[in-house]
Design a protein around this ligand. Sequence first.
Ligand code: DHB
Ligand code: FE
Length: 282
Amino acid sequence: MANLIGGLASSHIPAIGAAIAKGQQQAPYWKPFFDGFPPIHRWLETARPDVMVVFYNDHGLNFFLDKMPTFAVGAAPEYRNADEGWGIPTLPAMAGATDLSWHLIEHLMEEEFDIVTCQEMLVDHACTLPFKLFWPDASPAPVKIVPININTVQFPLPKASRVYALGQAVGRAIQSWDSDQRVMVMATGGLSHQLEGERAGFINKAFDLQFLQSMESNPAWATQFTDRQLVELAGTQGVELLMWLAMRAALSTAGSGVRKVHSNYHIPTSNTATGVLALEVV
Ligand code: DHB
Ligand code: FE
C-alpha cells in the first residue's frame, strides 16, 4: 500500500513568479520570504516523494464564475499552465498521476463526496508556483501530481468541517492505493489576505499564528468557523487556508502524528501574509 509521508503548504502569490524570473530571491524585500524554503529543500532531498496530491483553488483559468465546482479532482495525463494576465512566465506542463487520480475519485465517491472529475484541466499560479518554490532547480518538479480544486472564489464556499472531511477521505484513499509509491499532500494559498473592497490589504497576524499552531497540535481547530467568520478573521482570499486544513486532515489519517520539519511566516508579500510549512508523518 502507498505511503503517505508528509505534507507541504505555501502561499501562491503571482508576484513570487516574477521575483523568481528576475532572480530577486536575495533582494531585501524577498529574502525573508525565500529564506523559509532551504530547510524544506534539504528534507525533500531525502523524503523524495513520487506523487503530490495538491489542494489548491483555481482563480478563473480553468473554472470561471459561470461554472464553479465545489470540489474537482484532476484525472489528466498532464496539466498545462497558461497566461493568466499576471505578466509572469508560463511554466512547463506537469505530469499527472492518473492511476492515483482514478483511485482517489472512486474512493471519494464511495465516501459520498459528489466531486467533479476533470480529464482535462489547466492549472493556474496556485498549483504551479509552489513547485517552483519547493523544487527551485527543477522545471517541472520531479513528481507527478493529482490536483484537487476547492472553491474559495465564489460563495457559498464549502464548510471548513466538510473540507476537513474531504482531506481525511483523501488521506484514507492514498493509504488504500495499491502501490509502493511515496505520496505527499500539498496545500497552496493563504494566509490572511484581502485583495479588494474596503478592507483591501487586511492581514490578521494573531489569527494566522494561531492557525499555524493548530496545524501542529490541534488540526481540526479551524473547523469551528463558518465561511463568513473565516472571511472576517482571515480576509476574502485568506479563506484559501481551507487548503491547509484539507492537507492537514489527510495527514491526520496516517501514522501516529506529525513532526514539524520547518515553518516560516512573513508579512507582507504583495498583499498577503505568507506562510510556509512542511510536516512529516511519524
Ligand atoms: C495575491 C494573492 C493571491 O492568493 C492570489 O491568488 C493573487 C494575488 C497577492 O497578494 O498579490
Ligand atoms: Fe490566491
